[in-house]
Design a protein around this ligand. Sequence first.
Ligand SMILES: [Zn+2]
Length: 330
Amino acid sequence: MALRNDQYDLIMREYSRRQNANHRLLESRREEIFRKIPRIAEINRQISALSAEHIRKSLLSGFSSESASLHARTAELEEERQLLLRSYGYPVDYLEMPDTCPICHDTGFTEGGKKCSCFRQLEIDLLYRQKDLDEILRKENFNTFSLKWYPESIKDEATGKSAAELARNAFQVSQEFTEHFDDTFSNLFFYGDTGVGKTFLSHCIAAELLSASHSVLYFSSFDLFDHLAAAAFGEDRTSAPDSIIFDCDLLIIDDLGTELTNAFVSSQLFLCVNERLLKQKPTVISTNLSLRNFSDTYSERTFSRIASAYHMCKLIGKDIRILKKINGGK
Ligand SMILES: [Zn+2]
């Protein structure tokens, strides 16, 4: 699915909106500071005057010892301004132009002219209507993850590890995954029964990476294959499967195994997993299937790609959604 012209315009309008909002924010900060610390307004006037003087002098006689002294005077004034800001408890960059995205400064494009991650994310939100996700991520993130739902008393038959031990491990692996997202290529595979927190952990990861300006595409497996089938067989057929699915910084496929599995689904899953591995783009998959069932349901070759390149995290325990209902949502 590619952007139509009107969708592209919509995204560019969003950037104008962000830039305008940041301009207004800077204006109100300046007013606030000039009111509280009048000396800073005076410093700004002096710096402007020095800069005008500098331009005039260098046009007349090129660089001279005089321009060096103008330069030094400007640096002194800038230092005084920083000290004043700090002494009033403000960050030193308080009067610099703020931006929503530090990578592209709200232009949508990086210095090399490539689409920024934040542009990718706006595309994803627009094309896949991920807006509902924002609400979920406000509730489900690393700060709200709780180990209290995982008792020591429930043991995994295969490994002898307790539900609590496995959950602690999965939580730690998820945090490390986000912390090293930019410097280490890795993938995660959560498996276990319904309601043991696999989706919750995927949400934690999504929330963390979205807040760090990464593009995250989140799909329930049902929606993913529905979408791929529509692209392949539907009226609105595009020449190739979505590049965003292969290119976004992180793809999350949630609840794999709940869709209607057939040869198409199986081949598309292999394609997604394989393409993203080749491009070194991380993927997080969660499934209710056991490892044996997973291999039987999809294919041996998909399973072996996953087993060789994904960090496998098992979760066990009681259905947390039911436990929460019993506890009145707490
Ligand atoms: Zn950006």
